[in-house]
Write a protein that binds this ligand. Sequence first.
Ligand code: C2E
Ligand code: CA
Ligand code: CA
Ligand code: CA
Length: 281
Amino acid sequence: IRTGSNREYVLFQPEMRENELNNIRMFQALREDLVNDGFHLVLQPIVDLDYAQTFTEGECLIRWQSAELGFVPPDVFIGLAERTGTIIKLGRWIIEEACRELAAFIARGAPDNFKLHINISAVQLQQPDFSEHLLASIQRNELINSNICLEITESVLLQNSHEVIDTLNYLRRLGLSVAIDDFGSGYSSLSYLHLLPFDCLKIDRDFVSGIIDDQKSEAIIASVIMLSQSFGVPLVAEGVESAEMGEKLQGMGCEKAQGYHYSRPQPFTAWEPNDGTITVN
Ligand code: C2E
Ligand code: CA
Ligand code: CA
Ligand code: CA
């Protein structure tokens, strides 16, 4: 039986049966829905804190409405897809669909230079033909490379880190950008900043949620803001849920934000671009 990390094996125990059965059911449903159109993408704005009414950047997030299991959150099925290797096929679908949605969005009036963030799993990034497929999707949909930002986490460094770093550098030379997601939530944050090439940092929601009444969270955010400034990259605060949080972050020097206060993730078609301007709702 495989658990969380790829290399850990534990003996089967009776109380695990229920869980394993659920996993098998979910795995089968996942595979079936890959051919049955059970997935779609939603878009959540990333705003500039200086002018948070409109946006020209956003993150796409996957949604699975399973015919058999109902709505399953990505936190639940992405891990399973990673452990079973299904993420390779699913990940290709995500990239192609993200490019298709973005091209349609631009055709409806979104700015040509809209930046779409796509979450990329470590397993996906380790595929030797990752760049080839990604660049083909961008070209097929007549986008430009700078339309795409890859969101990765430090877990990409756990295996084949040299290859991964080469891939990221290659893609950045071609104009794509790289954001480090969930920054601060791992255990080796500072050492991987040294290894990974990146153009943007995203600070984990766990710290942002404490910005108003937890001094430690505030201190961590203040130091990540300084860090991003010394690297000369923008910092995105995730999970901003109130005007008060947004104002406090802005006052501290944070450039960008994402969260329910500005907008929930919604289907691309829920936004109506007007002369290249998209208003948050
Ligand atoms: P993440 O990349 O950190 O994505 C941000 C999550 O925070 C999203 O959850 C988003 O809906 C949620 N969120 C945004 N604003 C707020 C807020 O103000 N408050 C709160 N409480 N939550 C907020 P979601 O969509 O459920 O995704 C969960 C995780 O699943 C993502 O975390 C990411 O790790 C993974 N995921 C989602 N879509 C994809 C995908 O297309 N590919 C891959 N590989 N992973 C994905
Ligand atoms: Ca993300
Ligand atoms: Ca994140
Ligand atoms: Ca997260």
